[in-house]
Ligand binder design. Structure first.
Ligand SMILES: Cc1cc2nc3c(=O)[nH]c(=O)nc-3n(C[C@H](O)[C@H](O)[C@H](O)COP(=O)(O)OP(=O)(O)OC[C@H]3O[C@@H](n4cnc5c(N)ncnc54)[C@H](O)[C@@H]3O)c2cc1C
Length: 380
């Protein structure tokens, strides 16, 4: 019998398990697939404060940013503290960007159009300016999830961490109202608490417990180039339109240029957003748009070949905020899902705060904006 069962071995489940084990709890992580086989395996790995509106998500992002840096000291995954550069096509957009940066209150540097190439020598010449966010960073998300689980399984002299892969959760074990474990394809697993870290499938896990959680898939494609001999792009670079797309409620296709190099030499080109269910069909029109936007920003990419693309389904909640906390409708059930396009960045803060809840500590951040029951309150 575990203290905690974590459903989902993506980056969020891995972070929950890591911090819970570190806090002295015995943890079992259950996933129907491999580690990072869900959306974590199809993200880009940006850890951003730059794209967050002032408010609860930014607070979470700032906490998480610091935690990622501490975790990176243990090693085991790629971590690049490269900074993010948001660029503006017009003077008006540049004004909006600088206003946003001032409201966010995080570390930033306003960059004039003439100085942009000091930061990114290969940028197009017709941009009005930008804002540099030194705190933005990048991880390789699959390695990061695996490293968190590995570090969590190492002895802290307190808790333990066990991993059960290839095991599908099909229901809950209950004692009265209280959840006391999960039913799975390989029998029951008992625990004092269950954490729903099933990402885009978090709504399905909640439904198994008889509660509603509106987590929907928001598809995104990434285009990957051949490895470059010399790094072309120093920071994570994206256009101001990305911030608007992230916050948008539209179900239709939205794309904006989001570009970064990787330690392997490839360049990742995103990002698209659309709500089309779990359709994995490759969309050449979407990929063409991403490629065109990337070339407009970095003309040198015109000579570079794209070698592959992939897509994933961001776990999207209607108010764009994740679901983090105990579910008052089902004692013993906790949620840590619905992080949309920021789950990699926000994973350590989510895991840290949930571990505080599980051990009866007061969370460092006010979790009310993320409470699981907020959607049913709205409907009432
Ligand atoms: C194109 C794209 C780019 C992105 N870029 C970034 C980025 O740069 N930065 C960032 O922060 N975020 C990014 N994201 C978002 C990020 O990838 C997700 O928010 C994050 O990976 C979610 O992690 P998770 O652990 O919650 O979910 P997942 O990684 O999906 O893990 C959930 C796990 O639950 C398991 N599961 C589901 N149902 C069951 C069941 N019944 N029984 C057992 N196991 C089950 C699944 O197998 C899965 O492994 C991007 C997403 C996409 C699609």
């Amino acid at each position: 019998m575990s203290d905690v069962i974590v459903v989902g071995a993506g980056v969020v489940g891995a972070a929950c398990a890591y911090y819970a084990a570190r806090a002295g709890l015995d943890v079992t992580v259950v996933d129907r697939g491999p580690v990072a086989g869900g959306t974590t395996g199809s993200g880009e790995g940006n850890i951003l404060v730059s794209d967050k509106e002032p408010g609860p998500e930014l607070e979470l992002a700032v906490l998480s940013n610091g935690l990622w840096r501490t975790l990176a000291e243990h090693g085991g995954f790629e971590f690049e503290a490269k900074g993010g550069l948001v660029v503006a096509e017009t003077d008006e957009i540049q004004r909006q960007l600088t206003d946003l940066a001032a409201e966010q209150g995080v570390e930033h540097v306003t960059v004039g159009g003439a100085e942009l190439r000091d930061y990114e020598p290969h940028l197009a010449g017709d941009l009005a300016g930008g804002v540099l966010y030194p705190q933005d960073a990048q991880v390789q998300p699959m390695l990061a999830a695996a490293a968190l689980l590995r570090h969590g399984a190492e002895s802290f002299g307190h808790g333990t961490l066990r991993l059960r892969l290839g095991v599908t959760v099909t229901g809950f074990v209950r004692s009265g109202d209280r959840v006391t474990g999960v039913r799975t394809s390989q029998g029951e697993i008992l625990g004092d608490a269950v954490v729903n870290a099933a990402g885009t499938w978090g709504g399905e896990i909640a439904a198994l417990a008889g509660v509603e959680l509106p987590v929907l898939p928001r598809r995104g494609f990434i285009l990957v180039t051949e490895p470059l001999r010399e790094p072309l792009i120093r920071h994570k670079v994206y256009t101001a339109a990305y911030v608007t797309n992230v916050a948008s409620d539209s179900a239709g296709l939205e794309t904006s240029a989001v570009i970064e190099g990787t330690p392997a030499g490839t360049v990742l080109i995103g990002a698209s957003r659309e709500r089309v269910g779990f359709d994995r069909t490759t969309s050449v029109p979407v990929l063409s748009r991403l490629a065109a936007q990337a070339v407009a920003l970095f003309p040198a990419l015109r000579e570079v070949r794209a070698i592959r693309s992939y897509c994933g389904f961001r776990p999207y909640c209607p108010d764009h905020l994740p679901v983090i906390g105990a579910d008052p409708r089902v004692p013993g059930l906790y949620h840590a899902c619905g992080h949309e396009g920021a789950g990699i960045g926000l994973a350590p803060a989510t895991g840290h705060l949930l571990a505080q809840l599980l051990t009866g500590e007061r969370p460092d951040v006010d979790l009310r904006p993320f409470r699981p029951e907020r959607f049913s309150e709205e409907a009432a």
